[in-house]
Design a protein around this ligand. Structure first.
Ligand SMILES: Cc1cc2nc3c(=O)[nH]c(=O)nc-3n(C[C@H](O)[C@H](O)[C@H](O)COP(=O)(O)OP(=O)(O)OC[C@H]3O[C@@H](n4cnc5c(N)ncnc54)[C@H](O)[C@@H]3O)c2cc1C
Length: 406
Protein backbone atom coordinates (compact mmCIF):
# COMPACT_ATOMS: atom_id res chain seq x y z
CA UNK A 1 0.00 0.00 0.00
CA UNK A 2 1.20 3.53 -0.69
CA UNK A 3 0.09 6.70 1.08
CA UNK A 4 0.93 10.16 -0.15
CA UNK A 5 0.95 13.11 2.22
CA UNK A 6 0.58 16.45 0.44
CA UNK A 7 2.37 19.14 2.45
CA UNK A 8 5.26 18.65 4.85
CA UNK A 9 4.31 21.16 7.57
CA UNK A 10 3.71 20.28 11.21
CA UNK A 11 0.52 18.30 10.52
CA UNK A 12 1.88 16.48 7.44
CA UNK A 13 5.12 15.45 9.14
CA UNK A 14 3.38 14.02 12.18
CA UNK A 15 0.71 12.33 10.02
CA UNK A 16 3.40 10.66 7.90
CA UNK A 17 5.10 9.23 11.01
CA UNK A 18 1.84 7.67 12.19
CA UNK A 19 0.81 6.43 8.73
CA UNK A 20 4.09 4.57 8.14
CA UNK A 21 3.91 0.83 8.80
CA UNK A 22 5.88 -2.10 7.43
CA UNK A 23 3.20 -2.58 4.76
CA UNK A 24 2.53 1.07 4.01
CA UNK A 25 4.98 3.13 1.99
CA UNK A 26 4.60 6.84 2.90
CA UNK A 27 5.76 9.70 0.72
CA UNK A 28 5.52 13.39 1.62
CA UNK A 29 5.25 15.73 -1.37
CA UNK A 30 6.35 19.22 -0.31
CA UNK A 31 6.52 22.19 -2.67
CA UNK A 32 9.32 23.97 -0.77
CA UNK A 33 12.96 22.89 -0.84
CA UNK A 34 12.54 21.74 2.75
CA UNK A 35 9.75 20.73 5.13
CA UNK A 36 8.39 22.78 8.03
CA UNK A 37 9.19 26.30 6.83
CA UNK A 38 6.31 27.70 8.90
CA UNK A 39 7.35 25.87 12.07
CA UNK A 40 10.54 27.94 12.02
CA UNK A 41 8.49 31.16 12.00
CA UNK A 42 6.31 30.23 14.97
CA UNK A 43 6.51 32.07 18.28
CA UNK A 44 9.06 34.48 16.74
CA UNK A 45 11.37 31.54 16.09
CA UNK A 46 10.86 30.08 19.57
CA UNK A 47 7.87 27.85 18.63
CA UNK A 48 5.11 27.92 21.21
CA UNK A 49 4.00 24.39 20.35
CA UNK A 50 1.43 23.46 23.03
CA UNK A 51 -0.46 24.76 26.05
CA UNK A 52 -1.23 23.27 29.46
CA UNK A 53 -4.94 24.14 29.16
CA UNK A 54 -6.38 23.06 25.85
CA UNK A 55 -10.12 22.67 25.43
CA UNK A 56 -12.49 22.92 22.50
CA UNK A 57 -13.30 26.46 23.69
CA UNK A 58 -9.88 27.61 22.52
CA UNK A 59 -10.93 26.85 18.95
CA UNK A 60 -13.11 28.47 16.33
CA UNK A 61 -15.02 26.38 13.76
CA UNK A 62 -18.41 26.26 12.13
CA UNK A 63 -18.60 22.62 13.31
CA UNK A 64 -20.41 22.44 16.63
CA UNK A 65 -19.12 19.15 18.07
CA UNK A 66 -15.42 19.89 18.28
CA UNK A 67 -15.23 18.04 21.62
CA UNK A 68 -15.27 14.80 19.61
CA UNK A 69 -11.88 15.79 18.23
CA UNK A 70 -10.37 18.15 20.80
CA UNK A 71 -10.74 16.21 24.01
CA UNK A 72 -8.58 15.09 26.93
CA UNK A 73 -7.73 11.73 25.39
CA UNK A 74 -6.49 13.15 22.07
CA UNK A 75 -4.67 16.00 23.79
CA UNK A 76 -2.76 13.71 26.13
CA UNK A 77 -1.91 11.29 23.29
CA UNK A 78 -0.46 14.20 21.35
CA UNK A 79 1.66 15.47 24.22
CA UNK A 80 2.88 11.95 24.99
CA UNK A 81 4.01 11.58 21.39
CA UNK A 82 5.83 14.94 21.36
CA UNK A 83 7.60 14.06 24.61
CA UNK A 84 8.41 10.64 23.16
CA UNK A 85 10.29 12.01 20.14
CA UNK A 86 12.55 13.97 22.45
CA UNK A 87 11.03 17.46 22.45
CA UNK A 88 11.80 18.72 25.94
CA UNK A 89 9.39 21.45 27.01
CA UNK A 90 10.04 24.61 28.93
CA UNK A 91 6.65 25.79 30.18
CA UNK A 92 6.08 29.51 30.86
CA UNK A 93 2.63 30.50 32.16
CA UNK A 94 1.15 27.42 30.49
CA UNK A 95 2.87 28.05 27.11
CA UNK A 96 5.11 25.19 25.88
CA UNK A 97 8.38 26.04 24.14
CA UNK A 98 11.24 23.68 23.27
CA UNK A 99 13.80 23.83 26.07
CA UNK A 100 16.39 25.11 23.57
CA UNK A 101 14.02 28.04 22.88
CA UNK A 102 14.52 27.37 19.16
CA UNK A 103 11.81 26.25 16.72
CA UNK A 104 14.42 24.21 14.82
CA UNK A 105 14.51 21.72 17.73
CA UNK A 106 10.84 20.87 17.13
CA UNK A 107 11.31 20.62 13.36
CA UNK A 108 14.42 18.44 13.74
CA UNK A 109 12.65 16.06 16.14
CA UNK A 110 9.80 15.61 13.64
CA UNK A 111 11.95 15.18 10.52
CA UNK A 112 14.36 12.81 12.27
CA UNK A 113 11.46 10.66 13.49
CA UNK A 114 9.93 10.64 9.99
CA UNK A 115 13.24 9.54 8.46
CA UNK A 116 13.79 6.93 11.19
CA UNK A 117 10.38 5.45 10.41
CA UNK A 118 11.25 5.30 6.71
CA UNK A 119 9.02 8.09 5.41
CA UNK A 120 10.22 9.38 2.03
CA UNK A 121 10.33 13.15 1.73
CA UNK A 122 10.18 14.56 -1.79
CA UNK A 123 10.70 18.32 -1.86
CA UNK A 124 10.40 20.98 -4.60
CA UNK A 125 7.25 19.15 -5.68
CA UNK A 126 4.09 21.16 -6.15
CA UNK A 127 0.82 19.23 -6.36
CA UNK A 128 -1.38 20.80 -9.01
CA UNK A 129 -4.19 18.25 -9.32
CA UNK A 130 -5.72 15.21 -7.63
CA UNK A 131 -7.82 12.65 -9.48
CA UNK A 132 -9.26 9.34 -8.43
CA UNK A 133 -9.33 6.52 -10.99
CA UNK A 134 -10.13 2.88 -10.20
CA UNK A 135 -9.58 3.31 -6.46
CA UNK A 136 -6.19 4.92 -7.04
CA UNK A 137 -5.32 8.56 -6.45
CA UNK A 138 -3.46 10.17 -9.32
CA UNK A 139 -1.49 13.13 -8.05
CA UNK A 140 -0.19 15.53 -10.67
CA UNK A 141 2.92 17.53 -9.82
CA UNK A 142 5.60 19.60 -11.52
CA UNK A 143 7.76 16.44 -11.23
CA UNK A 144 5.31 14.10 -12.93
CA UNK A 145 2.50 11.89 -11.69
CA UNK A 146 2.35 9.91 -8.45
CA UNK A 147 -0.11 7.14 -7.63
CA UNK A 148 -1.36 6.29 -4.16
CA UNK A 149 -3.94 4.09 -2.45
CA UNK A 150 -4.46 6.64 0.27
CA UNK A 151 -3.99 10.36 0.49
CA UNK A 152 -3.51 12.75 3.39
CA UNK A 153 -4.02 16.43 2.57
CA UNK A 154 -2.08 18.68 4.96
CA UNK A 155 -1.47 21.77 2.84
CA UNK A 156 -2.36 24.37 5.51
CA UNK A 157 -4.57 27.40 4.94
CA UNK A 158 -3.90 30.75 3.27
CA UNK A 159 -1.88 32.51 5.95
CA UNK A 160 1.67 33.64 5.28
CA UNK A 161 1.39 32.37 1.68
CA UNK A 162 5.14 32.89 1.23
CA UNK A 163 5.67 29.92 3.55
CA UNK A 164 3.98 27.66 0.97
CA UNK A 165 0.37 27.59 2.19
CA UNK A 166 -1.51 29.56 -0.45
CA UNK A 167 -4.81 27.72 -0.72
CA UNK A 168 -3.70 25.99 -3.93
CA UNK A 169 -5.90 22.92 -3.35
CA UNK A 170 -9.19 24.42 -2.10
CA UNK A 171 -10.78 24.35 -5.57
CA UNK A 172 -9.67 20.79 -6.22
CA UNK A 173 -10.99 19.65 -2.84
CA UNK A 174 -14.25 21.39 -3.59
CA UNK A 175 -14.45 19.64 -6.94
CA UNK A 176 -13.97 16.35 -5.09
CA UNK A 177 -17.20 17.12 -3.23
CA UNK A 178 -16.08 18.97 -0.08
CA UNK A 179 -17.71 22.06 1.25
CA UNK A 180 -15.07 24.74 1.87
CA UNK A 181 -16.06 27.16 4.63
CA UNK A 182 -14.93 30.54 3.28
CA UNK A 183 -11.30 30.98 4.40
CA UNK A 184 -10.69 34.24 6.26
CA UNK A 185 -7.65 35.65 8.09
CA UNK A 186 -7.53 34.88 11.83
CA UNK A 187 -5.10 35.94 14.58
CA UNK A 188 -4.65 39.13 12.63
CA UNK A 189 -4.44 42.90 13.17
CA UNK A 190 -7.69 44.86 12.68
CA UNK A 191 -8.37 48.08 10.79
CA UNK A 192 -10.34 50.77 12.56
CA UNK A 193 -12.80 53.30 11.15
CA UNK A 194 -11.62 56.05 13.50
CA UNK A 195 -8.47 57.88 12.47
CA UNK A 196 -6.10 57.23 15.37
CA UNK A 197 -2.86 57.48 13.38
CA UNK A 198 -1.37 59.76 16.03
CA UNK A 199 -1.37 56.79 18.42
CA UNK A 200 0.96 54.82 16.11
CA UNK A 201 3.51 52.92 18.19
CA UNK A 202 1.56 53.05 21.47
CA UNK A 203 1.65 49.72 23.30
CA UNK A 204 -0.48 49.15 26.36
CA UNK A 205 -1.60 46.38 28.62
CA UNK A 206 -5.36 46.73 28.22
CA UNK A 207 -8.71 45.10 28.77
CA UNK A 208 -10.46 44.82 25.41
CA UNK A 209 -14.15 43.93 25.09
CA UNK A 210 -15.63 42.83 21.78
CA UNK A 211 -19.19 43.80 20.87
CA UNK A 212 -21.03 42.40 17.85
CA UNK A 213 -24.20 44.20 16.79
CA UNK A 214 -24.14 45.82 20.22
CA UNK A 215 -23.94 42.52 22.15
CA UNK A 216 -20.92 41.73 24.30
CA UNK A 217 -19.03 38.70 22.93
CA UNK A 218 -15.68 38.28 24.72
CA UNK A 219 -13.21 40.09 26.96
CA UNK A 220 -9.43 39.76 26.71
CA UNK A 221 -6.61 41.22 28.76
CA UNK A 222 -3.18 41.63 27.18
CA UNK A 223 -0.94 43.77 25.05
CA UNK A 224 -2.41 45.94 22.32
CA UNK A 225 -0.48 48.00 19.82
CA UNK A 226 -1.69 50.95 17.77
CA UNK A 227 -0.34 51.02 14.21
CA UNK A 228 -0.77 53.36 11.21
CA UNK A 229 -4.40 52.38 10.47
CA UNK A 230 -4.86 49.25 12.52
CA UNK A 231 -4.59 47.78 15.97
CA UNK A 232 -2.77 44.57 16.83
CA UNK A 233 -1.21 42.67 19.76
CA UNK A 234 -2.08 39.30 21.29
CA UNK A 235 -5.23 40.62 22.90
CA UNK A 236 -6.62 41.85 19.54
CA UNK A 237 -5.51 38.71 17.71
CA UNK A 238 -7.48 36.54 20.17
CA UNK A 239 -10.63 38.46 19.30
CA UNK A 240 -9.93 38.71 15.58
CA UNK A 241 -11.29 35.36 14.28
CA UNK A 242 -14.82 36.10 15.40
CA UNK A 243 -14.61 39.76 14.38
CA UNK A 244 -13.36 39.02 10.85
CA UNK A 245 -16.09 36.41 10.35
CA UNK A 246 -18.68 38.88 11.69
CA UNK A 247 -17.50 41.57 9.24
CA UNK A 248 -17.83 39.04 6.44
CA UNK A 249 -21.51 38.74 7.40
CA UNK A 250 -21.86 42.55 7.52
CA UNK A 251 -22.27 42.58 11.30
CA UNK A 252 -21.24 45.65 13.29
CA UNK A 253 -18.00 44.97 15.09
CA UNK A 254 -16.70 47.18 17.87
CA UNK A 255 -14.00 46.94 20.49
CA UNK A 256 -13.97 48.89 23.75
CA UNK A 257 -10.56 49.45 25.32
CA UNK A 258 -9.85 50.07 28.99
CA UNK A 259 -6.26 51.36 29.14
CA UNK A 260 -6.21 51.39 32.95
CA UNK A 261 -8.15 48.21 33.76
CA UNK A 262 -6.16 47.35 36.86
CA UNK A 263 -6.66 50.83 38.30
CA UNK A 264 -10.29 51.42 37.36
CA UNK A 265 -12.98 49.19 35.87
CA UNK A 266 -15.42 52.10 35.33
CA UNK A 267 -15.34 55.78 34.43
CA UNK A 268 -16.56 56.65 37.96
CA UNK A 269 -13.65 54.77 39.52
CA UNK A 270 -11.17 56.51 37.24
CA UNK A 271 -12.68 59.86 38.11
CA UNK A 272 -12.16 59.04 41.79
CA UNK A 273 -8.58 58.10 40.99
CA UNK A 274 -8.07 61.52 39.34
CA UNK A 275 -9.44 63.32 42.42
CA UNK A 276 -7.30 61.23 44.78
CA UNK A 277 -4.12 61.92 42.79
CA UNK A 278 -5.03 65.59 42.56
CA UNK A 279 -5.26 65.80 46.34
CA UNK A 280 -2.12 63.77 46.91
CA UNK A 281 -0.04 65.86 44.50
CA UNK A 282 -1.58 69.17 45.53
CA UNK A 283 -3.30 70.15 42.29
CA UNK A 284 -0.92 69.28 39.44
CA UNK A 285 -1.77 69.82 35.74
CA UNK A 286 -4.05 67.05 34.55
CA UNK A 287 -1.49 65.79 32.01
CA UNK A 288 0.96 65.13 34.87
CA UNK A 289 -1.54 62.75 36.49
CA UNK A 290 -2.44 61.04 33.20
CA UNK A 291 1.20 60.64 32.11
CA UNK A 292 1.79 58.46 35.18
CA UNK A 293 -0.65 55.84 33.91
CA UNK A 294 -0.87 56.34 30.15
CA UNK A 295 1.50 56.59 27.21
CA UNK A 296 2.01 60.34 26.57
CA UNK A 297 0.49 59.98 23.08
CA UNK A 298 -2.76 58.76 24.66
CA UNK A 299 -2.76 61.66 27.13
CA UNK A 300 -2.26 64.20 24.33
CA UNK A 301 -4.84 62.49 22.11
CA UNK A 302 -7.60 62.41 24.72
CA UNK A 303 -7.01 65.98 25.96
CA UNK A 304 -6.92 67.30 22.39
CA UNK A 305 -9.94 65.41 20.99
CA UNK A 306 -12.06 66.16 24.08
CA UNK A 307 -10.91 69.81 24.04
CA UNK A 308 -9.72 69.66 27.64
CA UNK A 309 -7.13 72.31 28.59
CA UNK A 310 -4.05 71.13 30.46
CA UNK A 311 -5.00 72.70 33.81
CA UNK A 312 -5.41 71.39 37.37
CA UNK A 313 -8.60 69.32 37.55
CA UNK A 314 -10.51 71.77 39.75
CA UNK A 315 -10.38 74.16 36.76
CA UNK A 316 -11.98 71.55 34.44
CA UNK A 317 -15.72 70.87 34.35
CA UNK A 318 -17.13 67.67 35.88
CA UNK A 319 -18.69 66.73 32.50
CA UNK A 320 -15.31 67.01 30.73
CA UNK A 321 -13.60 64.94 33.41
CA UNK A 322 -16.30 62.28 33.21
CA UNK A 323 -16.02 62.16 29.43
CA UNK A 324 -12.22 61.84 29.72
CA UNK A 325 -12.65 58.98 32.21
CA UNK A 326 -15.15 57.31 29.90
CA UNK A 327 -12.68 57.46 26.99
CA UNK A 328 -9.77 56.09 29.01
CA UNK A 329 -11.75 53.21 30.48
CA UNK A 330 -14.02 52.53 27.50
CA UNK A 331 -12.44 53.81 24.28
CA UNK A 332 -14.68 52.67 21.42
CA UNK A 333 -13.25 51.68 18.06
CA UNK A 334 -15.27 50.43 15.09
CA UNK A 335 -13.60 47.62 13.19
CA UNK A 336 -13.91 47.81 9.41
CA UNK A 337 -11.37 45.27 8.16
CA UNK A 338 -8.26 43.22 8.82
CA UNK A 339 -4.61 43.19 7.80
CA UNK A 340 -5.04 40.22 5.44
CA UNK A 341 -3.54 36.78 4.99
CA UNK A 342 -0.01 38.13 4.51
CA UNK A 343 0.13 38.86 8.24
CA UNK A 344 -2.52 36.57 9.73
CA UNK A 345 -1.05 33.76 11.79
CA UNK A 346 -3.79 31.33 10.87
CA UNK A 347 -6.77 30.83 8.57
CA UNK A 348 -10.26 30.31 9.84
CA UNK A 349 -12.51 28.29 7.54
CA UNK A 350 -11.38 25.53 5.19
CA UNK A 351 -12.61 21.99 4.61
CA UNK A 352 -15.86 21.56 6.54
CA UNK A 353 -15.73 19.01 9.34
CA UNK A 354 -19.28 18.02 8.42
CA UNK A 355 -17.81 16.33 5.33
CA UNK A 356 -15.35 14.35 7.44
CA UNK A 357 -15.52 11.42 9.82
CA UNK A 358 -14.43 13.15 13.02
CA UNK A 359 -12.92 9.98 14.53
CA UNK A 360 -10.63 9.15 11.62
CA UNK A 361 -10.47 12.46 9.70
CA UNK A 362 -11.35 10.51 6.55
CA UNK A 363 -13.49 12.29 3.99
CA UNK A 364 -17.14 11.23 3.83
CA UNK A 365 -17.07 12.19 0.14
CA UNK A 366 -13.99 10.33 -1.11
CA UNK A 367 -12.85 7.04 0.43
CA UNK A 368 -9.22 6.87 1.60
CA UNK A 369 -8.78 10.65 1.55
CA UNK A 370 -7.79 12.18 4.92
CA UNK A 371 -7.21 15.71 6.18
CA UNK A 372 -5.24 17.30 9.00
CA UNK A 373 -4.04 20.70 10.18
CA UNK A 374 -5.01 24.16 9.09
CA UNK A 375 -6.63 23.06 5.82
CA UNK A 376 -9.56 22.04 8.04
CA UNK A 377 -12.17 24.47 9.33
CA UNK A 378 -10.55 24.77 12.77
CA UNK A 379 -8.48 27.69 14.04
CA UNK A 380 -7.20 28.21 17.55
CA UNK A 381 -6.33 30.99 19.94
CA UNK A 382 -2.81 32.38 20.25
CA UNK A 383 -0.73 30.36 22.72
CA UNK A 384 0.30 27.07 21.11
CA UNK A 385 -3.22 26.00 20.21
CA UNK A 386 -2.73 25.94 16.44
CA UNK A 387 0.38 23.78 16.42
CA UNK A 388 -1.32 21.59 19.03
CA UNK A 389 -4.23 21.12 16.63
CA UNK A 390 -1.93 20.46 13.67
CA UNK A 391 -0.17 17.75 15.72
CA UNK A 392 -3.35 16.27 17.21
CA UNK A 393 -5.15 16.06 13.87
CA UNK A 394 -2.00 14.79 12.13
CA UNK A 395 -1.76 11.92 14.61
CA UNK A 396 -5.41 10.98 14.07
CA UNK A 397 -5.25 11.12 10.27
CA UNK A 398 -1.93 9.26 10.16
CA UNK A 399 -3.00 6.59 12.62
CA UNK A 400 -6.29 6.05 10.77
CA UNK A 401 -4.35 5.44 7.57
CA UNK A 402 -1.80 3.18 9.26
CA UNK A 403 -4.35 1.13 11.24
CA UNK A 404 -6.79 0.77 8.40
CA UNK A 405 -5.83 -2.03 6.01
CA UNK A 406 -8.66 -1.50 3.52
C1 LIG B 1 4.19 33.97 11.88
C2 LIG B 1 3.45 32.81 12.48
C3 LIG B 1 3.64 32.49 13.81
C4 LIG B 1 2.93 31.43 14.39
N1 LIG B 1 3.19 31.11 15.69
C5 LIG B 1 2.54 30.06 16.25
C6 LIG B 1 2.84 29.65 17.57
O1 LIG B 1 3.75 30.17 18.23
N2 LIG B 1 2.11 28.61 18.10
C7 LIG B 1 1.14 27.97 17.38
O2 LIG B 1 0.50 27.06 17.90
N3 LIG B 1 0.87 28.31 16.10
C8 LIG B 1 1.55 29.32 15.52
N4 LIG B 1 1.29 29.65 14.21
C9 LIG B 1 0.30 28.85 13.45
C10 LIG B 1 0.88 27.47 13.05
O3 LIG B 1 2.19 27.65 12.55
C11 LIG B 1 0.04 26.78 11.98
O4 LIG B 1 -1.31 26.73 12.39
C12 LIG B 1 0.52 25.37 11.70
O5 LIG B 1 1.89 25.38 11.35
C13 LIG B 1 -0.28 24.74 10.57
O6 LIG B 1 0.34 23.55 10.19
P1 LIG B 1 -0.12 22.80 8.86
O7 LIG B 1 0.77 21.62 8.74
O8 LIG B 1 -1.56 22.58 8.85
O9 LIG B 1 0.15 23.84 7.69
P2 LIG B 1 1.53 24.51 7.20
O10 LIG B 1 2.51 24.61 8.31
O11 LIG B 1 1.14 25.76 6.50
O12 LIG B 1 2.11 23.43 6.18
C14 LIG B 1 1.53 23.21 4.92
C15 LIG B 1 2.62 22.69 3.99
O13 LIG B 1 2.04 22.29 2.75
C16 LIG B 1 2.85 22.74 1.70
N5 LIG B 1 1.98 22.89 0.52
C17 LIG B 1 0.93 23.74 0.36
N6 LIG B 1 0.36 23.56 -0.84
C18 LIG B 1 1.05 22.57 -1.46
C19 LIG B 1 0.94 21.95 -2.74
N7 LIG B 1 -0.03 22.27 -3.61
N8 LIG B 1 1.84 20.97 -3.07
C20 LIG B 1 2.83 20.61 -2.19
N9 LIG B 1 2.98 21.18 -0.97
C21 LIG B 1 2.10 22.14 -0.63
C22 LIG B 1 3.42 24.06 2.18
O14 LIG B 1 4.60 24.41 1.51
C23 LIG B 1 3.66 23.76 3.67
O15 LIG B 1 4.95 23.24 3.90
C24 LIG B 1 2.00 30.68 13.61
C25 LIG B 1 1.82 31.00 12.26
C26 LIG B 1 2.54 32.04 11.69
C27 LIG B 1 2.34 32.34 10.23
Amino acid sequence: MRTIVIGGGSSGLIASIHAKTSTNEVIILERNYTCGKKILMTGNGHCNYFHTNITKDNYFSSYTMLENLINKENISKTLKFLDGIGIIPKIKDGYYYPYSNQAISVLNALTEEAKKKGVKIVTNTFVSNIKKENNLFIIETNNGEYQADKLIVSVGGLSYPKSGSDGSLYQILERLGHNIIRPLPALVGLKTKENVKVLKGVRSDALVTHFENGMMVRKEVGEIQHNEDSISGICIMQLSSKIVRGLDKNLEEEIHINYVHDIAKTKEKFLNFLYTQNKLLDGPLIASILDQVLNYKLTNYFLKTLKIPNLPIDKISYEKLLSLSENITNFKLTIIGDNGFSSSQVTSGGVSLSDININTLESKKVNNLYFCGEVLDVSGDCGGYNLAFAFLSGIIAGKSVGDNKK
